[in-house]
Design a protein around this ligand. Structure first.
Ligand code: URQ
Ligand code: ZN
Ligand code: ZN
Length: 480
């Protein structure tokens, strides 16, 4: 089966040009003007539209067991929704319980992901430490194509990695040629503030952001950056949500340190007023960590993207429905943390970023696909429009509109943090592994079509480091 994407404008992270794109046998076969149409080939009319690399979401949690429940979105429904939003690969997380073998956990998540409709990879979380963890990290890098390890600096008493673990694990990552990544919130401070707020009788979701103020992220970001810098390791900060953390990243990058940052579509457009909604369920539906922030932080994130201090966008897609959120009805610390976004990330970033002039269409491709592929060493198999690359492509209609709603989205959750938002610029068609799976509103996701993506250890990050001269070098920023 072949697919010819005809009459469109190809947009990569660096180029924009008119060309047809021919896909067959799962890869891009030819790119050029007025390509011949092979017999039996399906034709996608892309006139007046852009042909871009399929989105890569570097941060999802499909069917995550967390806080006494399991995320409502599984690997099939979540990746099917991703395709409807123009995203064709995800990087999810294997999160071993403290004491659990990393290899056992990896095998469990691999089993869950077999039903995925898109290709997928895994970051593996380091939630405890002993010699077996050291050994398993090497096995995962050498035999299973894992090149990134996650560290939750929050979630005390659960999966939190203390400083001793950060030092041991970042050092091990450096030895193995893997990228350490962090959820940067000071878990001790969060725990202390949670107990203080509960003792003062504040049990509702309005307490959630008060227990994790911006400086809780800023301190942890600084600490993780300093530990990595001292060890000579790169570091990737997930879901950066504050000016505090962006400033830490910008300063470190200005000193030449290999620091990379990710931000979420939700944190770019929502603020902490969502937690002051008098409707408990509405407020609780927005409980995620780090929380949506006071006005002003969103602008800092946009500046971070524009200045090249934040390199990727993600969603942290981790779905809990109203009945699950209600587990925290009497105690906000028991509200399962997480929100959705895998279907909306690209359209929200286009509408808020490209339509407003904050981002070019090439920036959009870099931020939704190519930079993630480069940092995690999937490029140019993913994140590119090149002959030989996987035929993972999105045909983007810059004039199409959609009103986002839980009533019509494909995500398996009864809430949408972008509810009612009308976006201009939508994925009209998605091609995954050379198959036309999203056809202007008709979803033909195939359960189990997804493949596990092996990601060789370095030089992904070092390549990006070398190329940094061409990327937006960070502009001078005052030390906060
Ligand atoms: O912290 C994370 O990234 C996971 C547990 C999802 N939940 C969340 O609130 N972000
Ligand atoms: Zn996190
Ligand atoms: Zn997460």
């Amino acid at each position: 089966m072949s697919v010819l994407i005809k009459g469109g404008t190809v947009v990569t992270d660096s180029d924009t040009y008119r060309a047809d794109v021919l896909c067959a046998n799962g890869t891009v076969q030819a790119i050029g003007k007025d390509l011949d149409v092979p017999a039996g080939c399906e034709i996608i009319d892309a006139s007046g539209q852009y042909v871009m690399p399929g989105g890569i979401d570097p941060h999802t949690h499909m069917q995550l067991p967390f806080m006494g429940t399991v995320a409502s979105e599984d690997f099939y429904t979540g990746t099917a929704a991703a395709l409807a939003g123009g995203t064709t690969s995800i990087i999810d997380f294997v999160i071993p319980s403290p004491g659990q073998s990393l290899l056992d956990a990896f095998e469990t998540w691999q089993g869950w992901a077999e039903k995925a409709a898109t290709d997928y990879a895994f970051h593996v979380a380091i939630t405890w430490w002993d010699d077996s963890v050291r050994r398993d990290m090497e096995t995962l890098v050498r035999e299973h194509g894992v090149n990134s390890f996650k560290h939750f600096m929050a979630y005390k008493g659960a999966i939190m990695a203390t400083d001793d673990i950060l030092v041991e694990s970042f050092s091990r990552c450096l030895e193995l040629g893997a990228v350490p990544t962090v959820h940067a919130e000071n878990g001790e401070l969060v725990y202390h503030l949670q107990q203080k707020l509960l003792a003062e009788g504040m049990t509702g979701p309005e307490a959630h952001p008060l227990s994790r103020p911006p400086q809780v992220e800023g301190e942890a970001a600084s600490r993780a950056i300093r530990i990595a810098g001292t060890l000579g390791a790169p570091i990737y900060l997930v879901h950066v949500s504050t000016k505090d953390a962006v400033d830490e990243i910008a300063y470190a990058r200005q000193q030449g340190q290999p620091v990379y940052g990710e931000c979420l579509a939700g944190h770019l457009v929502l603020d902490d007023s969502v937690y002051r909604n008098p409707d408990w369920g509405q407020a609780a539906a927005h409980v995620m960590s780090p929380p949506f922030r006071p006005e002003g932080h969103q602008e800092a994130l946009w500046h971070g993207l524009q200045a090249g201090n934040l390199q990727t966008t993600a969603t942290d897609h981790c779905c809990f429905c109203a009945d699950q959120k209600a587990m925290g009805k009497e105690d906000f610390t028991k509200i399962p943390n997480g929100t959705a976004g895998v279907e909306d990330r690209m359209a929200v970033l286009w509408d808020e970023g490209v339509n407003t002039g904050k981002l070019s269409i090439n920036d959009f491709v870099a931020l939704t696909s190519t930079n993630t592929a480069r940092i995690f060493n999937l490029y140019p198999r993913k994140g590119a429009v090149q002959v030989g690359s996987d035929a993972d492509l999105v045909v983007w209609d810059p004039n199409g509109t959609r009103t986002i709603s839980a009533a019509t989205h494909h995500q398996n959750i009864d809430f949408n943090i972008f509810e009612g938002k009308t976006v201009r610029g939508i994925p009209r068609h998605t091609v995954s592994q050379g198959k036309w799976v999203w056809r202007d509103g008709e979803l033909r996701a195939e359960r189990g079509a997804g493949r596990y993506l092996e990601r060789p250890a370095y030089p992904g990050v070092f390549e990006l480091l070398e190329r940094r001269a061409e990327l937006n070098a960070p502009k001078a920023v005052p030390r906060h």
